[in-house]
Design a binder for this molecule. Structure first.
Ligand SMILES: [Zn+2]
Length: 111
């Protein structure tokens, strides 16, 4: 049977710094959009692929745009993902939600 491959940890000479990348939000127009990118592995049969998932959030509390993109090729970084997101946003191909924090909770109790 096939050998199992151990995941290798690459030693990186450079330290990984988290640069907060902020982009312009297409919904409210403010430069409050952050993109969190994480990698994950997809297995298909014997092979596994690295993919990226991006969580896109607008930090403007009265906008609260949120979107998730998955299955992104790992070569793309946040900037590329942002431009893809803009395309999809403009063409309506991506599902976007708005999480506005309304503290004056309107409780809808349906009875
Ligand atoms: Zn926004």
């Amino acid at each position: 049977m096939g050998r199992r491959r151990r995941k290798r940890y690459k030693k990186m000479g450079q330290q990984r710094r988290r640069l907060p990348k902020v982009f312009q939000c297409p919904a409210c127009g403010l430069p409050n959009l952050v993109i969190d990118v994480e990698e994950y592995t997809v297995s298909e049969g014997d092979e596994s692929f690295v993919r990226k998932r991006a969580v896109i959030k607008c930090l403007n509390p009265s906008c609260g745009l949120r979107a998730t993109m998955e299955d992104i090729p790992p070569i793309l970084d946040a900037v590329d993902i942002y431009s893809k997101f803009l395309d999809k946003f403009t063409s309506g191909e991506i599902e976007v939600t708005y999480e506005t924090s309304e503290e004056e909770g309107v409780e809808e109790s349906t009875e």
